[in-house]
Write a protein that binds this ligand. Structure first.
Ligand SMILES: Cc1cc2nc3c(=O)[nH]c(=O)nc-3n(C[C@H](O)[C@H](O)[C@H](O)COP(=O)(O)OP(=O)(O)OC[C@H]3O[C@@H](n4cnc5c(N)ncnc54)[C@H](O)[C@@H]3O)c2cc1C
Length: 439
């Protein structure tokens, strides 16, 4: 392993070796990229899939991604460095480019981002960094990263795939994020255990379902009046309540966890925050606290969406990308596609790979955000977005339930409970053309 940045040629580095990081590395190799890839990871085990941790907690919860067909780093030929990246800095401080902003705009932008390590581009030169992994780029170090062990590496293209960290603020509570969290929980929960879960979001609901299934006594506390409130703003509470009742799960809505209660296991499932080792002045953050990127995963220095009709440019940091849960995508329409879900991590990694390889034209669509879940004996999927004043239509049969969100006559989102065909149809309707298709 290198301890000196000077000894080695600059490399492409991917920080985080979960579904997003691994998928990117695999696509790059499949696309013909044959230079060094460094893969950094804090967790000292092979890459695995997180969704089974909460869906198969008491069964086969550990699914290595290699066995699921997502590639192994050995086959991909990436150099694995099992260290935590703690610091990232720009080596090159200036970039030449034709700015289209006015002087005033440029100066306020510079003040705002407190760095000159960005490049602004317009619709005309949107392809500037496309196919970035050409021979000249590979010899041009632009970023230096440092690990907790004190090793430094010079990097020409740096991709953050560092995901999220679960909120852990309740004293004595456990969380469920990693395989070792899952191992701990399953060793402590069984028939007759008293389990308290704080948070009625996706992971809280899946956990409640799993624990009830093995005969634990489960109670769930949720501070808001809603089940899955962050995703559906109250539209599904009446649908989920019977699921919980039938499973024998006691639910306390609009009730923050009071603390001081006796139980065998207390789990906090109140969400997760994006995590990435970027200095706070570098790039902008979305409302979720994620690093803002464009559809190709380029980290943005300002939040002006790039549209083909607009002369206003967008600023990026050349050779710096983020994919997966740590990133939110600013779309050309000016709206955000939030990360935080498995399918977004997969699709985002694929898009960034095409951009780095210069093969964007092989991708035609931007997939709509999608969530899947298995709980209380139901297969659940949601695709699209829930807009605040959307009209909701409900379609129910004996075996399935569908909710559709519309603005005007336009479908914006669809929730399918045991209705996979409706989900597949909505997936096609809700995707949108990628910017490269409009040029
Ligand atoms: C229990 C559970 C159940 C889930 N179920 C679903 C589901 O049903 N449907 C769904 O859509 N999504 C689900 N998700 C979310 C889904 O797993 C994530 O969207 C997906 O894993 C994101 O992948 P990622 O590669 O972006 O990040 P992550 O999987 O979070 O991986 C990030 C990796 O980066 C590493 N890392 C972080 N910082 C550093 C650093 N500084 N240096 C080195 N390494 C670092 C971490 O150790 C981690 O391995 C679930 C998540 C959990 C925890």
């Amino acid at each position: 392993m290198s301890t000196s940045a000077q000894k080695d040629e600059p490399c492409l580095a991917i920080v985080g070796r979960s579904i997003a990081g691994l998928t990117l590395a695999r696509h790059l190799r499949e696309g013909g990229y044959d230079s060094s890839i460094l893969s950094f990871e804090s967790e000292k085990c092979e890459p695995y899939d997180r969704p089974p941790l909460s869906k198969e907690l008491f069964g086969n919860y550990f699914h290595p991604l290699a066995e699921e067909g997502y590639g192994s780093l050995e086959d991909i030929g990436a150099r694995q460095i099992d260290e935590t990246v703690t610091h990232i800095e720009s080596i090159t401080s200036t970039f030449t480019s034709a700015f289209t902003r006015t002087e005033a705009e440029n100066s306020s932008l510079t003040t705002k981002i407190e760095t000159s390590a960005y490049h602004s581009y317009t619709a005309e030169d949107a392809a500037y960094t496309s196919g970035i992994l050409d021979a000249s780029t590979r010899t041009n170090p632009r970023w230096r990263l440092t690990t907790a062990e004190g090793h430094t590496f010079e990097i020409h293209t740096l991709v953050l795939a560092t995901g999220t960290r679960p909120h852990a603020t309740i004293p004595g509570a456990r969380v469920l994020y990693s395989a070792s969290d899952a191992e701990t929980l399953r060793s402590q929960i069984g028939k007759g255990s008293c389990v308290h879960i704080v948070g009625a979001g996706w992971i809280g609901m899946e956990l409640a379902s799993q624990c009830a299934n093995v005969g634990a006594h489960v109670e769930v506390w949720e501070a808001s009046p809603h089940i899955l409130g962050r995703s559906f703003a109250g539209a599904v509470t009446d649908i989920w309540q019977p699921f919980l009742r039938k499973a024998g799960v006691k639910l306390h809505l609009a009730t923050p966890y009071p603390g001081g209660l006796n139980c065998d296991v207390l789990v906090q499932a109140t969400g997760a925050s994006p995590t990435f080792p970027l200095p706070s002045h570098l790039g902008i953050r979305s409302a979720r606290g994620a690093v803002a990127v464009d559809v190709w995963g380029r980290i943005l220095a300002d939040a002006t969406p790039l549209t083909h009709s607009s002369p206003i440019c967008q600023a990026i940091f050349p050779g710096l990308y983020a994919i997966g849960d740590c990133a939110d995508t600013l779309l050309p329409t000016g709206t955000w596609n939030e990360g935080g879900h498995w399918m977004s991590a997969l699709h985002g990694a694929a898009r960034t790979a095409t951009h780095l390889l210069g093969t964007e034209s092989s991708l035609r669509f931007l997939e709509a955000p999608e969530i899947f879940s298995t709980q209380f004996g139901h297969e659940i999927g949601f695709v699209g977005t829930v807009e605040p004043h959307a009209r909701i239509e409900r379609e129910e049969t004996e075996d399935s339930l569908i909710l559709r969100w519309f603005t005007g006559h336009t479908l914006r989102g669809l929730l399918a409970v045991d209705a996979p065909r409706a989900l597949a149809r909505a997936r096609k309707v809700l995707r949108s053309p990628l910017p490269n298709q409009e040029v």
